[in-house]
Design a protein around this ligand. Structure first.
Ligand SMILES: *[C@@H]1O[C@H](CO)[C@@H](O)[C@H](O)[C@H]1NC(C)=O
Ligand SMILES: *[C@@H]1O[C@H](CO)[C@@H](O)[C@H](O)[C@H]1NC(C)=O
Ligand SMILES: *[C@@H]1O[C@H](CO)[C@@H](O)[C@H](O)[C@H]1NC(C)=O
Ligand SMILES: *[C@@H]1O[C@H](CO)[C@@H](O)[C@H](O)[C@H]1NC(C)=O
Length: 238
């Protein structure tokens, strides 16, 4: 894909980032949709990802659609919103986020966002962000978004276990991002979000990591009978 040229930049928490009206309106959307903890998580995720992009060799970097990367990363957790407008009863949170972001771009992205390929990139980046073992082998934007999000959550060293050499964020850079967008209370917030998903739409969790939180944190949560292993034991021919 040919990246749309980004002319302006600004610096946030020491990280030079692209500066476009659409990035700003995405920040405003996510700010309105999420509580402080969620907003700070999303901003830290974008900045960690952009820190990875900024260190890529020029030839690699020039192939990245940095506005798409920014918008997808900034909008990646709309499926965690308290605003019911974004939340389906029947889709996992990443898909709610992907659909919400795609709708926002279709309505407000303007002429540069008529491309179905660009919209698909946004959709895939958000849909796969919490699945590092797939995301890291997808397009650069998808891999780096997932890498930035996981790096923000668990730190550069743990994130390297998931993404290998993709993660080039230095600890001092990570620390400076946290200083600008504090992460105090992140564990409690993250647990609360996961528990809420398990309680409000358990049938979106059976096949993914969210139900791990149900098993650990929600009394009476029971995925047995719903797992792929249960289905195949019931359904496959001997
Ligand atoms: C985006 O918002 C920042 C902070 O308010 C502002 O400095 C910048 O000029 C805005 N960029 C665009 C392209 O409007
Ligand atoms: C840069 O791109 C080349 C060619 O696609 C690839 O082999 C290399 O791993 C990339 N380097 C980084 C740091 O992503
Ligand atoms: C999951 O449950 C919700 C309501 O509890 C329902 O609307 C939805 O269709 C169900 N989805 C699936 C895939 O079973
Ligand atoms: C969980 O559900 C399965 C399938 O319905 C059932 O066999 C099992 O006893 C349940 N486990 C608990 C701890 O309730």
């Amino acid at each position: 894909m040919v990246a749309v040229p980004i002319l302006l930049t600004r610096v946030i928490a020491g990280i030079p980032v692209p500066d476009t009206p659409l990035i700003n309106s995405s920040i405003a959307l996510t700010r309105a949709a999420l509580p402080d903890q969620g907003y700070n998580h999303v901003m830290r995720s974008w900045l960690n990802g952009q820190a990875i992009i900024n260190k890529l060799p020029k030839a690699n970097r020039s192939r990245i659609d940095e506005e798409a990367f920014a918008v997808a990363t900034i909008l990646h957790d709309l499926g965690w919103s308290n605003d019911p407008a974004y939340i389906s009863p029947d889709k996992r949170f990443e898909i709610d986020g992907a659909i919400a972001a795609r709708s926002f771009l279709q309505a407000h992205g303007g002429p540069h966002w008529q491309s179905s390929q660009r919209l698909q990139l946004i959709f895939d980046t958000i849909a796969l962000h919490a699945t590092p073992s797939i995301a890291r082998y997808k397009q650069q934007e998808v891999a780096i978004a997932s890498g930035g999000i996981m790096t923000e959550l668990v730190g550069p060293s743990n994130s390297k276990d998931l993404f290998g050499d993709l993660i080039t964020v230095e600890q001092e850079v990570w620390d400076a991002i946290v200083k600008e967008f504090p992460n105090k209370g992140l564990k409690g917030y993250f647990n609360d979000v996961m528990v809420h998903l398990c309680e409000t739409k358990p049938n979106t969790t059976w096949d993914n990591f969210v139900s791990d939180y149900g098993e650990v944190l929600v009394p009476g949560f029971n995925r047995t009978g719903h797992r792929v292993v249960d289905l195949t034991q019931r359904a496959l021919a001997e």
